[in-house]
Every structure is written in C-alpha cells, then in structure tokens.
Design a protein around this ligand. Structure first.
Ligand code: GLN
Length: 194
C-alpha cells in the first residue's frame, strides 16, 4: 500500500513518519503525476490559504479533486478545510468535496491552541490525545448527503472535530503530532477496504 502526503506546506513530514512507523511507504505529492502511483492521500495541517495558493500555482486543484473523488483521502486541520464543501469564504481555493460546513480558526485568539483527550468512534475506547492548533471545527454536517456524513468525534460542547463520509476522512486536530497511531491505522484500514 502506498499513501501519498500532500507536501506543499505544513506538517507533511510528521505524517510521513507516522506512515513509516506502520510499515506503509509514504509518497510526497507535489505534482499531479505523483498521484498516479498512490492508493490514498493525506492532506496535512498547515495554512489552508497557502496550501490552496500553491496547489493552484502547481495546477494541482483539479487533479487533487479528481483523485479525492475516487480514492481514500484524509484531511487534517487545514486539510479538513481543503476538503470541505462550505468554508464560508468564496475566494479561497478548496477541493469542495465533503458535505460539511467548516469554520476556520473556530477557537479564537485566546485559546487558538490547546490539547484535549477526546473519544473517537471506531478506534477503540481509550481516549485520543488531540492537539488543536488554530483549529477549525465542523459547524454543520449537511443532511441528505450521499453517502451520509458520520460524526466520529465531538467536544463536550457538541462541536464536531472528526467526521467521515465514505472514503473521505476529516479531523480538526493533528494526530501526526502524538504517539498514538490509531487514526493512521484507521485510515490505512479504510484504504485496505476499498
Ligand atoms: N488555521 C489554519 C487554517 O485556517 C489551520 C491550522 C492548522 O492546520 N493547524 O488554514
């Protein structure tokens, strides 16, 4: 199995290390042709406006969209913003594939970074230590979507921080920055089952 990591900007190296720990060969994706050789893709956290700008410059928006329409794709943090259909901003380039509404920088300035143990459906009962860095949230899961959007994790106040829609996975936090491998394993199992 080969999993690509979009390597334009942000925390791509950390994702690569996590994949390597699991014995999966990571592939850096910087050009459209790099997508030909991979089974799945991770879009890392970073700055979604920068990732969008660079993806536009490198002619990657349409190839990425085409890839993620068909193959397992996981967006973390800025990557989640990049996957969403609605981010409330028209001018920022995104892939616009997942039926979720996302608010950027949802935690404001005072607590724009924090860590919290959360429960995530599908990865076992033990809490996952989630690192939120100027994180977005999923403010709304669109109804009547096909396939349905499944909420995997929410904070105590109900704000959604992880969701899955078929072969698309989105997390508001940075699972590549902790020792816990369960979300990377979960994604690998999504890839295996497609
Ligand atoms: N605040 C960033 C954005 O809007 C996301 C932060 C992150 O990926 N850690 O793109």
């Amino acid at each position: 199995m080969k999993i690509g990591v979009l390597a334009l900007q942000g925390a791509f190296i950390e994702h690569e290390s996590k994949l390597a720990e699991l014995g999966i060969q990571p592939v850096q994706v910087r050009l459209a042709e790099h997508l030909q050789d991979i089974d799945a893709l991770i879009i890392p956290g970073g700055e979604s406006t920068t990732i969008g700008k660079l993806a536009t410059q490198y002619g990657l928006i349409e190839p990425l969209r085409e890839f993620a329409r068909q193959k397992p794709t996981w967006g973390t943090c800025a990557g989640m913003i990049f996957l969403a259909k609605d981010i409330g901003i028209d001018r920022q380039p995104i892939l616009g594939l997942m039926d979720i509404k996302v608010n950027r920088n949802a935690f404001g300035r005072q607590i724009d970074s924090f860590e919290q143990d959360i429960e995530i459906n599908g990865i076992g009962d033990a809490p996952f230590h989630a690192v939120f860095i100027r994180a977005p949230i999923i403010s709304e899961v669109m109804e009547h979507a096909h396939p349905e959007v499944e909420v995997l994790a929410a904070l105590d106040d109900g704000r959604i921080v992880a969701a899955q829609q078929g072969h698309l996975l989105a997390t508001a936090f940075h699972p590549e920055l902790t020792d816990d491998q369960r979300l990377h394993r979960y994604f690998a199992s999504m890839v295996q089952s497609t």
